[in-house]
Design a protein around this ligand. Sequence first.
Ligand code: KG4
Length: 343
Amino acid sequence: MEGKDIIILGIESSCDDTSAAVIRNGILLSNVTASQAVHEAYGGVVPELASRAHQQNVVPVVDQALKRAGVAKEELSAVAFTRGPGLMGSLLVGVSFAKGFARALGIPMIEVNHLQGHVLAHFIKEAEDDHDQPDFPFLCLLVSGGNSQIIKVKAYNDMEVLGQTIDDAAGEAIDKCSKVMGLGYPGGPIIDKLARQGNPLAYSFAKPHIEGYDYSFSGLKTSFLYSLRDWLKDDPDFVEHHKTDLAASLEHTIVDILMKKLRQAAKDTGIKEVAVAGGVSANNGLRNAFREHAAKYGWKIFIPKFSYTTDNAAMIAITGYFKYQDHDFCSIDLPAYSRVTLK
Ligand code: KG4
């Protein structure tokens, strides 16, 4: 590459993963993540504990990311950080660290919307000849513990939310159903594993009837809870006896709900490049549904590597890299935000 290298340090701390990544001229050099096991005992993320763990992790994680990249901090062009949405206490650790670090080095800061980061994870390149990236415009199904959205991605910096959940997110529904079955937290990977051995048509649960491309998962959650309550009256060990079928049927229902609206959006927009992003995109049932849709409807699909589906700083660094080229920097007095949508 001609001229000076563009080297971006990305920092992510929106929930319970502290992550730092380094990208040089659009190529990923390192991506280091410290996850927080402390929440497992509570069946969900405890915000105060998350911020304390971020506080402990942020310096060593950034140090490791720089070391693994073989980059000295003086070589950095800018620091990109997740501004939101997320847990305020968690965000503040990453935002404050980024501000102090960038100010000390005298380099620009770049704020990144976490949701935009998830979508742009599809542009993370691990090598120069890594060309498997979507063309604009493409549709992206963003499904995580906090979001379920269908996004029309027109450019790196131009995204339109076509539909989103009006209540719970898909990942949240999976986690809550897993919790009522006593299966542990986070439920997503547990349900995924059990579902592979179960019958997806063993049980049926309520599906929403919502206009347009919006989603709803709270009815399904309630239907699951009430059905389980009735079954447990007859057989107190019902979950133990039927957990694979329960998991498979739950996963099947959620994937069905997600794909129905996405299919409609693809049909109405005529867009055939379709991507999936966010923590729930690790799910095998959803990945299979994408592959089936590619075969049936001629979609060109984009499924991220597992490490870029859940929260990670590589997606923040790549977003920062694009924003750097637009000179889209931010000032030091910028606050974090806990809630925000894509523009
Ligand atoms: O994107 P993410 O790491 O965090 C945010 O929500 O910001 O997503 C976490 C969500 C959780 O609800 C988790 O249970 C779900 O992704 N998840 C999965 C799988 N792995 C993680 N859901 C279904 N199948 C999986 N394999």
